[in-house]
Design a protein around this ligand. Structure first.
Ligand code: UT7
Length: 306
């Protein structure tokens, strides 16, 4: 869906949307297409790229705030569709920071020996929870899915090891009114619509994304200049640029997909990863810095050697 199409639905314009957010277009799931459908396609592609059979998976974590149903977990549907009969599967919900939370959870399973091969998916159909009469939110979000396969391997405990090298996760539930959905099974018995205080979320993002990313850089003892790729959550081009500048990561090292995808919440980082791996920018051994923030409020960052 292009900005032009949106401007026939609400009082907005291509120039406003591009100037304020960097978004040119976003994807909308087809009628009847579910989060599990998008997640399954992404999962199958990731397994194919990794050369891993579904039966080898012992863990599937699906990061989503837009599940098919209240329960069962959408991950259970994906597990069945993949034929991943040896995998425990569950959803994890940290909205736009969901992928970093899910990656961290999978990493903890691998490190503890509870799992050996994990699939982490970020999949969303935010189009289903948007108020399509609210121009301040409906122009910003889109649908999508991305996935990664993680496998336990022993390393040397050095910066050169592959996998997750540093993680920082944060939550401040006092800020939940800034970005939330005004419905749910326990409160209204309806699905509800996304509500956001955009300006306040923006202010929060600029400060906290740079802080959480700097924390993981300091933990690993590397500088922003040593990062090969910044793969940020795609909420707003100005937020992405602001954080990159503060961290000292050059613009050409920032993976940007917001122009094509809009904000796809938990799917945005794996979609950006898939884009930059697919076009050959991200190579094995590259050091990736990921950062995200979203409803909760939640925010966090991870350093990963690809
Ligand atoms: O992933 C989860 C995290 N979410 C985010 O990170 C989003 C963070 N926030 C943002 O990205 C930005 O705040 C927005 C893109 C949502 C808005 O940009 P802004 O520069 O903060 O604009 P604003 O909210 O201050 O609005 C400026 C004006 C307002 O008019 P007045 O009050 O100045 O007369 C709005 O009513 O723009 C108006 N406006 C619009 N105009 C045209 C709001 N939405 C639209 C629209 N088209 N779609």
């Amino acid at each position: 869906m292009t900005n032009e199409e949106l401007s026939t639905m609400v009082d907005t314009s291509d120039s406003w949307i591009q100037e304020r957010s960097g978004i040119q277009e976003r994807r909308i799931a087809a009628e009847g297409e579910l989060t599990s459908d998008l997640a399954t396609i992404a999962a199958e592609r990731a397994l194919g790229h990794a050369g891993v059979a579904p039966e080898e998976l012992d863990l599937i974590i699906l990061a989503t705030a837009t599940p098919d149903q209240t329960f069962p977990a959408t991950a259970a549907t994906v597990q069945a569709r993949l034929g991943a009969k040896n995998a425990a599967a569950f959803d994890q919900q940290a909205v736009c920071t969901g992928f970093i939370f899910a990656l961290t959870t999978a990493d903890a399973y691998l490190r503890s020996g509870l799992a050996k091969t994990a699939l982490v998916i970020g999949a969303e159909t935010f189009s289903r929870i948007l108020d399509w009469t609210d121009r301040s939110t409906c122009v910003l979000f889109g649908d999508g899915a991305g996935a990664v396969v993680l496998r336990a391997e022993s390393g040397d405990g050095r910066v050169q090891d592959r996998g997750l090298l540093a993680i920082d996760l944060n939550t401040d539930g006092n800020l939940k009114e800034l970005l939330y959905v005004d419905g749910g099974p326990s409160s209204t018995q309806t699905t509800g619509h996304l509500r956001m205080e955009g300006r306040d979320v923006f202010r929060h993002a600029v400060v906290n994304l740079a802080q959480t990313a700097q924390t993981v850089l300091d933990d690993l003892g590397v500088s922003g200049e040593e990062v090969d790729w910044l793969v940020p959550h795609q909420a707003n081009l100005r937020i992405i640029d602001g954080a990159a500048k503060k961290l000292g990561v050059a613009r050409e090292k920032v993976v940007i997909t917001i122009n094509r995808h809009g904000n796809t919440s938990a799917a945005s980082i794996p979609l950006a990863l898939a884009t930059a791996v697919g076009d050959g920018r991200i190579q094995r051994g590259d050091l990736l810095l990921m950062e995200a923030m979203g409803g909760g409020m939640t925010w966090g960052a991870a350093l990963m050697r690809w």
